[in-house]
Design a protein around this ligand. Structure first.
Ligand SMILES: [Zn+2]
Length: 329
């Protein structure tokens, strides 16, 4: 758990299921006419929440519809950033108590905004720390928590599969927290299989709200790079025309916001760089959505002293704020 000096941030860094559920109760009580709560229940029996905020008195016609989510249990800063922005939309202040820069009333009258703050609560609950700041675990150790430790290669992380079955592979013990169990035998990486709660929740809420934009929040270690945050576009070749232009313009807005806050952002958005098997997993899970929706991926540095928990939360929150401001244009 966090050191004593970090107790204040531990209260502001909302990343565990119990913290999120306490906040949801607060937000619903404070703004019952704004906050709608939906969920799917994972195989592990945990609720995977979709929080949808709008001024529901204003007509749906003409409203923009924005989806914001995070699939990876080992990337808790994404959850903390979402909680910070939801707090702003509900109370007018961020979790540090500063007044929001967002034009909240106008935003809620002109948009439907859904947050999925914890895509894989089973994995998140299995994490040994609230946040990863490099003080407890090296990257190699962190990656063994993420994907599990390879039983055939101690000290090395296990495989990255879209879906795997205990009856067919020699699985790590414990299972890596990136995976979500979906039945007695099978596990998925949430953003690589449509069988995940992360995708099931999206399908449920997309049917109700018809999203046109999806902001996906992630974290990565930026090994051998001075950057601490970047925007990734869909895999090369999956998006063309108007949507590709929108994605690029959107990504540049996020980068500009980070740079304005003095953050070491990679200056230009670039396509997701996976090739081979990982690219095939992503194409299978995302290709049809990329034809229909604007989509950008945010990456914020994880598991390093320079990436303090406050930095992780605020960097994610800035990406969300820049995205929401664009809904007003
Ligand atoms: Zn990720």
């Amino acid at each position: 758990m966090p050191d004593a000096v970090d107790q204040g941030e531990a209260r502001r860094f909302i990343a565990r299921q119990a913290q999120l559920e306490a906040k949801i109760a607060e937000w619903q009580a404070a703004a019952p006419d704004i906050v709608r709560v939906d969920h799917v229940t994972s195989y592990a029996g945990l609720k995977v929440y979709g929080l949808t905020l709008s001024d529901w008195r204003a007509p749906r016609e003409g409203k923009r519809a924005q989806y914001i989510a995070q699939p990876h249990a080992h990337e808790p800063g994404a959850t903390a950033g979402m909680a910070d922005v939801i707090e702003q939309l509900v109370t007018g202040h961020d979790l540090d108590g500063r007044p929001t820069s967002l034009d909240v009333d106008r935003l809620l009258s002109l948009a439907v905004i859904t947050f999925n703050p914890i895509g894989n609560p089973q994995g998140r609950e299995a994490a040994p720390v609230l946040w990863w700041d490099g003080s407890r675990y090296t990257n190699d150790e962190f990656w063994c928590w993420m994907r599990g430790e390879d039983p055939d290669h101690p000290g090395q992380m296990w495989e990255r599969y879209d879906i795997w079955d205990r009856r067919e592979v020699r699985a790590p013990e414990p299972v890596g927290i990136v995976y979500e169990q979906i039945d007695a035998h099978r596990y998925v990486e949430p953003n690589r299989s449509r069988l995940s709660s992360y995708f099931c929740l999206f399908a449920l809420l997309d049917a109700a709200h018809g999203y046109e934009r999806w902001l996906d929040l992630h974290q990565t270690e930026f090994v051998q790079s001075e950057d601490t945050c970047e925007v990734l576009l869909p895999l090369e070749g999956l998006t063309q025309g108007r949507i590709a232009e929108e994605n690029l313009a959107w990504g540049r807005r996020i980068v500009a916001r980070w740079q304005g806050a003095g953050m070491a952002a990679r200056p230009e958005p670039r396509p997701t760089a996976y090739t081979g098997t990982q690219a095939a997993y992503l194409r299978a899970a995302w290709a049809d959505l990329y034809q229909r929706l604007s989509h950008v991926t945010v990456e914020v540095k994880n598991n390093a002293p320079v990436a303090t928990p406050q930095f992780q939360r605020q960097c994610q929150a800035l990406a969300i704020e820049a995205s929401l401001e664009m809904l007003l244009e």
